[in-house]
Ligand binder design. Structure first.
Ligand SMILES: NC(=O)c1ccc[n+]([C@@H]2O[C@H](COP(=O)([O-])OP(=O)(O)OC[C@H]3O[C@@H](n4cnc5c(N)ncnc54)[C@H](O)[C@@H]3O)[C@@H](O)[C@H]2O)c1
Length: 347
């Protein structure tokens, strides 16, 4: 196995610029060797800034055939995640794909099967798992100090993708995005609460609406109720109309107190215990430990170390699929007006 994994980045827009490319540039075991974007200039600018001399493509099919590439980051509009990840796996490349990993459970399964067949790593960038407050919250919950989780409330909202990616018109088109806020943001929290609690969601009811983004054919709001396999219940929300400070929080009410996780706050992690009565304000590193303009989550590094067998993938294809299935269940529940069962309880 090579000491350095040679990376091709497919799609050089907002998330590639703010997470994938700086992460790989920061990782000693990675080498950025190719960039691809339909907009040639965008790929060219990234190559010049981070890896002068790297190959530049406008056609992802050519990049995945490049023998100088071992692994790819798929940072494209949602509807392209499946076909490009499968094409890359079939060409023998390891794949880190953005969330939501696919447009359907069947497509997600095809991605998993293609990676297995090609014996390559498939990971999904469910990067909320990597925020320092979320990693610490997982540690606190696993310690058992709070006891059984009884009720979970998780919400992710902002005013929409317009400010994040001004040229990303695809976010509002169903044929390119498949979902609106419910998967753009909701899949992050669906994944996070599965990760934090270690429990599977087995039933979902929901409302999904388009309230303000009228020049769009996708949703902009999700409100759902969820039930876990052990009876724990909770609420999962996502919004592209949450203005001002938006929302990025997860509260876990447990047998022995409450754990409050708010990534963008000066007290990102607080545990309030009842027995003995105490409040623990965790001393957390900054939410975003910036390097080279990045979020500093080291997601790219995690992918590379998983390829090298140095650590377990932070989110496998199977895990990404389970989180996507929660959102698909919410969509079906909203459409039918009935709660939807998942996994073994599925009707
Ligand atoms: N993990 C996170 O926290 C997070 C945050 C934001 C976005 N995302 C996800 O990342 C993905 C990309 O989002 P973004 O915000 O970077 O969008 P974006 O519009 O800013 O970037 C997408 C890029 O893909 C390029 N592109 C489109 N079709 C292409 C094709 N066929 N071949 C090559 N290039 C093509 C576009 O020109 C553009 O530069 C989405 O799936 C989104 O959900 C994840």
């Amino acid at each position: 196995m090579r000491k350095k994994i040679r990376i091709g980045v497919i799609g050089c827009g907002a998330i590639a610029q703010r997470l994938h490319i700086p992460d790989f540039a920061h990782c000693p075991e990675a080498e950025l060797s190719a960039f691809c974007d339909l907009k040639h200039d965008r790929a060219d600018v990234m190559a010049a800034a981070f890896a002068p001399g790297a190959a530049v493509y406008t056609d992802w099919k050519k990049l995945v055939k490049d023998a100088q590439v071992d692994a790819v980051s798929v940072c494209l509009p949602n509807a392209l995640h499946g076909p490009v990840s499968i094409g890359a796996a079939q060409a023998g490349k390891h794949v880190l794909v953005e969330k939501p990993m696919a447009t359907s459970a069947a497509e997600a399964q095809k991605m998993i099967d293609a990676a297995k067949k090609a014996k390559v790593v498939l990971m999904v960038n469910q990067c909320q798992r990597l925020f320092p407050a979320h990693r610490k919250a997982k540690e606190v919950l696993d310690s058992g100090i709070l006891g059984k989780v009884l009720h979970v409330s998780a919400m992710f909202g902002h005013s929409g993708p317009e400010a994040w990616s001004p040229t990303g018109k695809w976010f509002f088109k169903k044929k390119d995005a498949r979902f609106g806020a419910m998967a753009d943001l909701g899949v992050h929290k669906a994944d996070l609460i599965r990760f934090l609690t270690g429990k599977e969601i087995v039933e979902v009811s929901a409302f999904v609406e388009r309230l303000e983004k009228k020049n769009s054919d996708v949703d902009d709001n999700l409100a759902s109720c969820i039930k876990f396999a052990d009876g724990t219940i909770g609420m999962l929300g996502a919004s592209w109309t949450a203005k001002g400070g938006g929302a990025d929080y997860t509260y876990l009410h447990c047998a022995n107190g409450t754990l409050r996780v708010k990534v963008e706050s000066d007290r990102p992690l607080v545990a309030e215990l009842v027995n003995p009565e105490s409040t623990i304000v965790f001393d957390m590193p900054a939410a975003r430990n910036d390097y080279a303009g990045s979020w500093g989550l080291d997601a790219g590094g995690g992918f590379v170390r998983a390829i090298l067998g140095k650590e377990a993938p932070f989110c496998t294809g199977e895990e990404g699929k389970k989180s996507l299935e929660v959102i698909l269940a919410a969509e079906k529940a909203a459409q039918t007006g009935r709660s939807v069962r998942l996994g073994k309880g599925k009707k």
